[in-house]
Design a protein around this ligand. Structure first.
Ligand code: SF4
Length: 58
């Protein structure tokens, strides 16, 4: 079950290509109410990820 409410409108200024996420929408948009990126003190892009990610159910 999704942890956050899903919006009709995508978050502006966020491009996300994670098409296996419940909040992903075609066109590389994110429909989550808000997103949280983790962790603190990350050293590179590999280490940095979206903690709001939720696997798509289907
Ligand atoms: S919640 Fe995170 S991983 Fe999922 S679509 Fe939005 S930005 Fe991408």
């Amino acid at each position: 079950m999704a942890r956050l409410e899903k919006n009709q409108k995508p978050i502006s200024r966020v491009k996300c290509v994670v098409n296996t996420c419940e909040y992903y929408e075609n066109g590389d948009h994110c429909l989550a109410n808000e997103i949280e990126i983790q962790p603190p003190d990350a050293g590179d892009t590999e280490e940095t990820d979206c903690a709001t990610f939720c696997p798509k159910m289907n």
